[in-house]
Design a protein around this ligand. Structure first.
Ligand SMILES: [Fe+2]
Length: 189
């Protein structure tokens, strides 16, 4: 499972701290196992049930969000330098884990992905932060997972959490709006 996962998501390798990288991968493996997902089914999984049909899979979404934030952080480094310090390893770990709780929130039922009873009570920002706590991820990473979605709007986000929150919403809103546009033009014929 690990080799396949690392092939699907080469961004794990960008994490320089070996212990942090290992813990990040471990959380993914455990979440997949507990949620009944495999490397083959996570690329069939819509990244959200709020866009239906969803034009991007879970792996594509997590990679897009992580790399959008990572590249923005690199750009900030080029332009602002030391004035905007970003911890790249924390950013990558939090990006790769921001939605990991969806592996418990959603389940695969053949052709359909549906919300689990656990997911209905504990949306992925909660279950993801709980997993990160269980496996000893730093509090900065737990914070990013907990704060990445609407639930986190009452928190004071770290710079890394803001980057992931914005990158996530860029991906979500653009794909959602394209889908709405596609549906309305189909309706109008
Ligand atoms: Fe999310």
């Amino acid at each position: 499972m690990r080799d396949k996962l690392l092939k699907l998501m080469p961004e794990f390798d960008l994490i320089q701290d070996q212990k942090l990288r290992e813990k990040t991968i471990r959380v993914w493996e455990v979440a997949m196992e507990r949620g009944g997902w495999t490397p083959d089914t996570i690329v069939q999984m819509p990244f959200t049930l709020l866009i239906n049909p969803c034009p991007a899979n879970f792996v594509e979404h997590v990679r897009a969000v992580t790399l959008t934030a990572y590249r923005a952080a690199q750009l900030f480094g080029e332009i602002y330098g030391e004035r905007v310090p970003i911890d790249m390893d924390i950013l990558l770990a939090g990006g790769l884990l921001h939605d990991v709780g969806k592996l418990l929130e959603y389940e695969y039922r053949g052709d359909v992905t549906a919300q689990t009873p656990y997911g209905a009570l504990m949306r992925h920002p909660f279950s993801g932060a709980a997993l990160a706590y269980e496996f000893g991820l730093p509090m900065e990473v737990q914070h990013m997972i907990a704060a990445h979605a609407g639930e986190g709007d009452k928190l004071k986000r770290s710079p890394e959490a803001t980057l992931i929150n914005k990158a996530d919403f860029m991906s979500f809103e653009i794909l959602r709006d394209l889908q709405i546009k596609k549906e309305s033009s189909a309706r109008l014929g």
